[in-house]
Design a protein around this ligand. Structure first.
Ligand code: NDP
Length: 428
């Protein structure tokens, strides 16, 4: 184990006890440990067993059917995918960059090779599909067993991480309460040298597996019907744009909350292994069992809506990053208007950041909505992504607002007066 591993996991200036007060405390965390996987199984069952509709269990058999028994074939697919991802993650070269400051002030180094690994994985997958070596429908027939295996893998990984954190006495921002710490995690950045588990699983596994399913689901439609529906093309095409963008700007992840502040426990482990890939492709899973004919004019409008969301999302995030690097750099062709703060840094008042305080969330939500709308109004299931994501970002904005108020004090109030809207200019 490297010195860097020791530095991030041993009790040090960053290690501290925290109250078990998130998500309803220990009881809330214990409930969520069962509820979050149960929701994922329920949604898979809605798509796979109940014609893409929300359903109420009518019998014990209905409930049992929600939890598919793992198969050897699914185990083989899971093992092959994980081996490929870990192998590529370790072997493929990438730029070595420094992450953001952790709560103890330390900065870790990361190897960024996600884009190359994703490109190789998708090329291998498409090559396999094109040559007939891989059959998309055969893999997707195992989606249920794959979900069970991914969930069991999440439980195993989170248990191992919990023990790792406890054994090393790290207890980085943990409470000492077992169910709470299992859910929230006991270790901030578990890593083997440069191989950072949380970063790898969020990027290569969470985003990468989502991308692979976004390719496999239309491929299965093509295999089974001989053609691709417009709705499937719009949803998967737009999602792949989002995923490729994530890998192109992979370094952004290093300054995000998840990496800098959230311990790596069951909540995140399950999110990366199961929640993201399975629930974020519910639109295509729905379309697979419930073909929807999308008129060309509607497809064009939805692609325009998605691109509009993408421009807002990407441009607003870039504006802030560039401003942080060079506060004099013009914004939309003009010198930026800024607010100097007592903390030393400035706040941007121009561009997207002058229209609302989180237009980047507006962009993200606009894209999410366009993916859901492509599936029509036959069921609420394909709208799950938007219905889950909107409250998540509304809450995230409130949490960031609180954090900024603590960081900037009166200066944040002055910024809020100058930019009164939270997410949607002139509306909210
Ligand atoms: P932001 O990128 O919005 O960053 C918030 C921080 O930016 C603040 O804490 C503050 O930090 C700084 N800031 C705020 N206002 C200004 C200003 N006017 N000028 C300069 N700096 C300012 O936060 P997130 O990490 O939440 O979001 C990043 C992106 O990731 C978003 O586009 C979001 O939609 C996306 N996202 C996607 C998720 C998914 O599951 N797909 C989940 C969560 C986020 P400081 O001043 O200290 O620099």
């Amino acid at each position: 184990m490297s010195t860097e591993t020791n530095a991030t996991t041993e009790a040090g200036p960053g290690a501290q006890r925290v109250p078990a007060d998130h998500f309803g405390g220990p009881v809330g965390a214990a409930v969520l440990t069962f509820l979050v996987p149960a929701i994922t199984f329920y949604l898979w069952a809605a798509a796979a067993l109940h014609d893409g509709q929300l359903w109420l269990p009518g019998s014990v058999a209905d409930v049992l059917a929600m939890f598919p028994v793992p198969t050897l074939r699914a185990l083989g697919i899971f093992a092959a995918w994980m081996t490929l991802q870990i192998g590529l993650g370790v072997i493929v070269p990438g730029s070595i960059v420094e992450g953001g400051p952790l709560p103890n002030g330390q900065r870790l180094t990361y190897r960024l090779n996600g884009l190359a690994c994703f490109a190789i994985s998708i090329a291998l997958l498409v090559g396999g599909l094109a040559t007939g070596l891989v059959r998309a429908s055969a893999i997707l027939d195992e989606l249920g067993p794959l979900l069970t295996i991914s969930t069991l893998a999440a439980v195993a990984q989170a248990s191992w991480l919990y023990v790792w954190g406890r054994r090393r006495g790290a207890l980085e921002r943990s409470s000492g309460n077992v169910p709470y710490d299992f859910f929230m995690g006991t270790v901030l950045n578990p890593r083997f040298g440069l191989f950072d588990l949380k970063f790898f699983f969020e990027s290569h596994i969470g985003m990468g597996t989502w991308g692979a399913l976004a390719v496999l689901l239309p491929a299965a439609e093509l295999e089974q019907t001989g053609s691709l529906s417009l709705a499937m093309v719009v949803v998967s095409g737009c999602q792949l744009l989002y995923i490729v963008d994530f890998f192109v700007f992979e370094s952004n992840l290093l300054s995000m909350l998840d990496i800098l502040y959230e311990n790596y426990g069951f909540m995140l482990v399950h999110a990366f292994l199961a929640w993201m890939p399975f629930n974020f492709t519910l639109q295509q899973q729905y379309l697979r069992v419930h073909p929807t004919s999308l008129p060309v004019w509607a497809a064009v409008l939805l692609v325009i809506l998605n691109l509009a969301g993408y421009v807002i999302f990407r441009d607003s995030n870039l504006q802030k990053q560039r401003f942080r690097r060079d506060p004099k750099r013009p914004v939309w062709g003009k010198p930026p208007r800024t607010l100097k703060t007592k903390r030393g840094t400035e706040l941007l008042l121009s561009g997207w950041w002058g229209l609302a305080r989180h237009t980047n969330y507006l962009g993200d939500l606009t894209m999410a909505l366009s993916w859901c709308l492509a599936c029509g109004f036959g069921s609420v299931l394909p709208f799950f992504y938007f219905l889950y994501f909107a409250p998540l970002l509304l809450d995230r904005e409130r949490r960031d607002h609180k954090l900024c108020k603590e960081k900037y004090g009166d200066d944040w109030d002055a910024y809020c007066q100058r930019v009164p809207y939270r997410i949607v200019p002139w509306i909210y």
